[in-house]
Every structure is written in structure tokens, then in C-alpha cells.
Design a protein around this ligand. Structure first.
Ligand code: SAH
Ligand code: SF4
Length: 349
């Protein structure tokens, strides 16, 4: 039994052995147009539709819940074939542009101490169809999505094979045809994965969650930084820029009083030298029960954020600030991962 939403035209051709060669492209197109069952594929014979339905599934996931914030953000909870739960989010910005925020893993192994997903632990990486289906489900809630950010649950560069397949499907002009320039991947800084992106693509936009350029503090806040040290990360980013010639984004989650000090500003300025990067400030979104060195994490104050932005700008760095969207549905950055995943974790332990 194959799940067709995660197959490229070539994979479909293999599965449809014995059918005329245009059939695979025809089915690929139907999935991109939003067909939810083989019955929707009205230009296939009844016989073929029945045969496909008996042998394959179109989707592997289903929508378990849909939450909507007054600001327009929609969070979809999706149930996967093994019962794991993941989340995908539709964001609408000030200009009305619609962006799908999608997940690449159920839980996350990186363990950042400020992130809800990280606190859940790691269940597994997603398969290509589970990544494509998030986009398709979100699009059925909002037909005109122009952008994708790979910033949901999980560390995308620890699931490169399936993500690559999924992006191949999403950007294929015979189907969904989304432009690579409209896709941004955010990573906690997996050095090997950044080098692979530099060498073989796909040629999407890159954002890196730097959060602090202080090596010791970063290892404490983002344990994955121990095996991906800052000097190696910077070298990989320089290599990426040499190969791809693209401006990157450095994301900074601002944790009140922790990484908002003068030396943090200086550290970022130093890290930024030799890179072509814009800095994106993300004020920490509260997650209950999170602490660092025995003290509860707190949101940065308006004054802390303003000072941080002002100082970086004064030193010639381009600074953007991420708007807080979807907080009432826990759909903002770092808030993804609700009870169902942890319940599932408990059942499997
Ligand atoms: N794993 C990838 C992508 C998903 S996280 C990464 O870490 O980059 C997407 C962004 O949300 C990252 O920049 C991360 O640092 C940030 N983030 C995590 N928890 C957050 C929180 N509680 N508040 C605000 N941003 C958070
Ligand atoms: Fe994983 Fe990103 Fe959360 Fe860190 S911030 S735990 S890398 S999802």
C-alpha cells in the first residue's frame, strides 16, 4: 500500500506499471489540485479509480483539530498513521500574505530549553508524504498560500532525505509548483546539513537560529550546539554563501535578561562579520514551566527589545522583528506540540 501524496511523478510512474506514461502526471496533478479521494479524479476510468483505491491511499494523515486565533492564524493538528500528532500553522501577515509553517519531525531531538517542541522529546522524523500533506491540508483551509516556512516542530536538517523529497514534490511545476524562493528553512545550526544545502540544494532560503553568539551560553540554551560548535557553524554559513550567493537570516529568540545583555549584542556583531545576514528578533513566546539556571524564563521587555534592535541597527545590521501571531492557539514560534504528542510518548514508554 503506497501513500501517493508523497510520491514524485517518477515514483508514481513506477507504481502505475502497465498504465500509459501520461497517467502518473495526471494523478500527480489531481493531488496538487486538492483531490482527497480517487473518486475526485474524474478523468480516470471508474475501473482504474477502484483499482487504485483498493491498492493505495492518497493521504496518510487526517486533521484531528482546527484552532483559529482572532488574528487569522489557523493551527491544524494532524494525526499520522501510527497515532503520532503533529501541527502545521497558517500565518497571515500585515499585507494579507499567507504562509504555511510546517513541521519536519514529531517532537525534536535538539532539546532547546526555551522551546515547547524541544521539551516534549523526540518521537520520529516525518515521511515525505506527511510533510507534503501539511501543505495540502493548510491550503484547503486557505487556498492562496504564497510562502512556506519550515519552522514548525522538529529540526529540518536532521530529516534531510524525506524533506528533500517533499520539497521536490511541492516545487514541481507539473503539480503545486511553488517557487523555491518562497520557501525558507530554519535550522538550529546543523553544520553538515548546511554544507549539504550549499552543495546540492535545494536552493531555498536559509535562516539559522543563532540566539546567542556566546559559545558557552549557546551550548546551555541549545544543547545541539555542543556537537555543532559556533566556529564550524560560521564556516559552514560562509561556505553556503560562497556557493549560493544568498543573504541569510540569523534568528535570535530574545529571552529576557539572559541573552539581551551588551555582550550579546557585541557577540552578534562579531559573528556577523564576513557574513551577509539580516537579524530577525523573535521575542520569546511564553511556554509554561520553562526555566534556566533555576529561574523561570520571562519575555523580554519592550525596552530590552527596542534597545537590542537599536544597537544592532546603529552598527549597520539589518534588523527585522517577528510579529507575534497565533498566541491564543499556541501557534506561535516555539509553542507547537500539545498534549496528544506527550500522551503518545507516555504510551510508548
Ligand atoms: N528547529 C528549527 C525550526 C523550528 S523552530 C530551528 O530551531 O530553527 C523555529 C524558530 O522558533 C527558531 O528560530 C526557534 O529558535 C524559535 N523558538 C523556539 N521556541 C521559541 C519560543 N518559545 N518563543 C519564540 N521563538 C521560539
Ligand atoms: Fe527543535 Fe527548533 Fe525547538 Fe530547538 S527550537 S527544540 S531545534 S524545534
Amino acid at each position: 500500500m503506497a501513500i501517493l501524496s508523497g510520491l514524485s511523478v517518477d515514483n508514481l510512474t513506477e507504481i502505475l506499471e502497465g498504465q500509459p506514461s501520461f497517467r502518473a502526471a495526471q494523478i500527480f496533478k489531481w493531488i496538487a489540485r486538492g483531490a482527497f479521494s480517487f473518486n475526485d479524479m474524474s478523468d480516470l476510468s471508474r475501473e482504474l479509480r477502484d483499482e487504485l483505491a483498493a491498492r493505495h491511499n492518497l493521504y496518510g494523515s487526517s486533521i484531528a483539530d482546527r484552532l483559529e486565533d482572532p488574528d487569522g492564524t489557523i493551527k491544524l493538528k494532524m494525526r499520522l498513521t501510527d497515532g503520532a500528532m503533529i501541527e502545521a500553522v497558517l500565518l497571515i501577515d500585515g499585507e494579507g500574505r499567507k504562509t504555511a509553517c510546517i513541521s519536519t519531525q514529531a517532537g525534536c531531538p535538539a532539546g532547546c530549553i526555551f522551546c515547547k517542541t524541544g521539551s516534549l522529546g523526540f518521537l520520529r522524523s516525518l515521511e515525505a508524504h506527511e510533510i507534503v500533506e501539511q501543505f495540502l491540508h493548510i491550503r484547503s483551509a486557505a487556498p492562496t498560500i504564497s510562502n512556506i516556512v519550515i519552522m514548525g516542530m522538529g529540526e529540518p536538517l536532521l530529516n534531510r532525505g524525506e524533506l528533500r523529497k517533499a520539497l521536490g514534490i511541492i516545487t514541481d511545476e507539473r503539480g503545486l509548483g511553488l517557487s523555491k524562493r518562497r520557501i525558507t528553512l530554519s535550522t538550529s545550526g546543523i553544520v553538515e546539513g548546511i554544507r549539504e544545502l550549499a552543495e546540492i540544494g535545494p536552493d531555498i532560503r536559509l535562516a539559522v537560529s543563532l540566539t546567542t553568539a556566546d559559545p558557552e551560553l549557546r551550548k546551555q540554551l541549545m544543547p545541539i550546539g555542543r556537537s555543532n560548535p559556533l566556529p564550524d557553524l560560521k564556516e559552514a554559513l560562509q561556505y553556503y554563501q560562497k556557493k549560493r550567493g544568498r543573504r541569510i537570516t540569523l534568528e535570535m529568540v530574545l529571552l529576557g535578561g539572559i541573552n539581551t545583555r551588551d555582550e550579546d549584542i557585541e557577540g552578534i556583531i562579531r559573528f556577523n562579520r564576513g557574513l551577509d545576514a539580516a537579524v530577525n528578533l523573535i521575542p520569546w513566546n511564553p511556554v509554561e514551566g520553562m526555566a534556566f539556571q533555576g529561574k523561570a524564563l520571562r519575555e523580554p521587555t519592550g525596552a530590552e527589545i527596542a534597545r537590542f534592535a537599536r544597537e544592532l541597527k546603529r552598527r549597520g545590521i539589518t534588523v527585522t522583528r517577528r510579529w507575534r501571531k497565533g498566541r491564543s492557539v499556541s501557534g506561535a514560534c516555539g509553542q507547537l506540540g500539545e498534549l496528544p504528542l506527550s500522551q503518545f510518548n507516555r504510551q510508548t514508554h
